[in-house]
Design a protein around this ligand. Structure first.
Ligand SMILES: [Zn+2]
Length: 233
């Protein structure tokens, strides 16, 4: 599939796009977006410690998807969330350091604490929540029949990024995000991508950041464009 190496900025006026086209790094564009995407909040709603944050995000992301599923006539089953420091055994095999995983076989979310800490140190305090929201995105797919049990295609990974953006939008509407948070989620998604496109990975940096942005700006239904299963039956 052909894809552009430049990050698309559909929400920016076209005069700005011309300027941005000359920049290979997304940083300036993202800085310009801060005012567009964020709302102002003084203290993070998720508390100070990582443990408080994980607890908060588990509750809030579940609440969001329960509400969204109700609106489409479905019942949401909360996945069980686990944290670990080194390795953990799951029904999908062992999950190692610097990893986060949703296992469809046991409907569990496995979060490596050093991985979340590092993400927050690099990108800011919404980065770890973005990782969690991505894993919840896989739980959404599982319950809606949008993914398979064994491995994910890159489209399914992008859809999970998109669902993470949808959650970020909800958090923003509730006034939970400060001016930088959506940017941090965007950066987290960007940094998790690969430099060269390969269909067996999570997608490129640009694809991942764009998927997060799409979910953030256009909502749940926009993420269904990544659905591949219906074409494989
Ligand atoms: Zn994933």
């Amino acid at each position: 599939m052909p894809h552009s190496s430049a990050i698309p900025y559909p929400w920016i006026p076209s005069s700005l796009k011309v300027v941005l086209r000359f920049l290979s790094s997304p940083s300036l564009a993202v800085i310009l977006l801060v005012g567009v995407m964020g709302t102002v909040a003084q203290t993070p709603a998720w508390g100070q410690t990582l443990r408080e944050k994980v607890t908060f995000a588990n509750t809030d992301i579940n609440a969001f998807w329960a509400q969204t599923f109700r609106s489409i006539g479905r019942k949401w089953y909360s996945p069980r969330s686990y944290t670990y420091f080194k390795v953990i055994k799951t029904a999908c095999g062992v999950s190692g350091p610097f990893n986060a995983l949703y296992c469809p076989r046991d409907h569990g979310i496995y979060l490596n604490i050093p991985f979340l800490v590092r993400a927050d140190q690099r990108w800011g305090d919404f980065a770890a929540i973005t990782i969690m929201a991505h894993e919840y995105g896989h739980a959404v797919q599982r319950q809606l029949g949008l993914s398979r049990l064994n491995r994910y295609l890159y489209q399914e990974e992008l859809q999970a990024d998109c669902f993470a953006g949808v959650y970020a939008q909800y958090a923003s509407r509730k006034g939970l995000l400060d001016a930088n948070d959506a940017r941090e989620g965007y950066y987290q998604s960007y940094s998790s991508g690969v430099a060269q496109f390969n269909p067996n990975t999570h997608g490129t940096r640009e694809q991942r950041a764009e998927a997060f942005r799409l979910g953030y700006s256009s909502g749940f239904k926009s993420c269904l464009k990544y659905t591949v299963l219906k074409f494989r039956r």
